[in-house]
Write a protein that binds this ligand. Sequence first.
Ligand code: EPZ
Length: 453
Amino acid sequence: MRIWRASPAWPCCAGSHEAGIRSVGLADQPPDRYNPRVEKFRISGPRRLEGAVRISGAKNAALPAFAAALLTEEPVRLANVPKVADLRTMGKLLTSIGADVAREDGEVVIHARTIRSPQAPYDLVKTMRASVLVLGPLLARVGEAKASLPGGCAIGVRPINYHIAAFQQMGAEVSLEHGDVEAKATRLRGADFLFDQVSVTGTENAMLAAVLADGTTRLRNAAREPEVVNLAEMLQKMGAKISGAGETEIVIEGVTRLHGARHDIIPDRIEAGTYAAAAAATGGNVVLEGADASIFMAMLSKLSQMGAVVDIHPGAIRVRRDGPLERCDVSTSPYPGFPTDLQAQILTLATQAQGVSTIAENIFENRFQHVPELARMGARIRVDGRRAFVEGPSRLNGATVMATDLRASASLVIAGLLAEGTTTVDRIYHLDRGYDHMEEKLNALGARVERVS
Ligand code: EPZ
């Protein structure tokens, strides 16, 4: 394991992307750059990444935080919310439910004075499965909730049976008809619920329902992700009584009402891990401004084992690599294990490592869709069930490749930075769902990425 040490002065950040001060509804924002029809990235390679990049707030912490704002009739103010399509979608969903959602002074203010329509319609759920996170708070606030059942997605079937079972154990009547899940409860009651499998949004949804239930709820085999902890902290600021967040058992003592609050979204560990992988892959030298090393140690220690030099400083991390990369063995698991959301990115890195690396994907059943696209660029990868065997180092050549899901897209962008020639990554609306201003951030680090229609 490399020595991690505080490093001398840090280059300034590659420039903030915060829009100027304006008070407009999220829905009034200019049309999404996220234009699912035609956008692509054209990437010239190979390029070394150098400089500093500002890490944005975590999409997967902001999504449940948006839903939590439905629990009170008072305004909630969220800071460090990333500008990504999934949160614009969530903002539209809250607006359709009856909340006012706006950006003010770089923060998001959500004010759910009344609940007009306690449901998540199909056209929103189909683009973002995290819409189901409104079920818990709606059940808790108004005693009813309806959402179109999220279909599967590229990475797997992704059912929500644990979410439903938790609501039922809290006394909700839940029906599944015509592709919708409908739940009703006069008042939820505290329950003792065991998750058969660790579920991040399952834990979050159950917590969002339990905070206003009558009595105490105990969630066993709960997810320990930092985003779950960040949500619990927000709910506590709103007056909820929660203990054990971040552990495998969370205890929630129901209260009768919650009040407004101001809350900071934690930095995005997956975005930070993505840029860290890109820095190591390109033999670069990058400072991740605002990253919190303590919430993605599994990735940082893997990068260090492979030969990257990771220097940790309060509020920033420098990742650089100037020697050869060693092979690695990765096995994804719930936090604090290696995150499935960084599996595709480290697999691309492994194509540059000496020897055969093994990557096991244990969370989702179909999360190797980046592999055939990488193979078209010259990577040598064999997939056997849940495991991929990556032989390296491989010289990658630019090609036209297709993004299939959010994190697979990121792995193809990293490959484009490595490859000789031009790589066109198609369907980058997947990227826009969860990466804030990705091409601007990469180009400020010396990449040459162009968004083309
Ligand atoms: C969250 O998804 C994240 N999304 C995912 O990030 C992340 O990959 C995943 O957790 C795992 O860390 C958000 O937080 C919005 P799970 P989630 O419930 O909660 C099975 C990204 O790229 N399961 O922890 O949907 C499920 O099929 C996204 O940002 C059930 O069987 O994942 C999976 O195999 C992708 N029944 C496993 O559990 C359920 O009711 C873990 O899923 C729920 C889950």
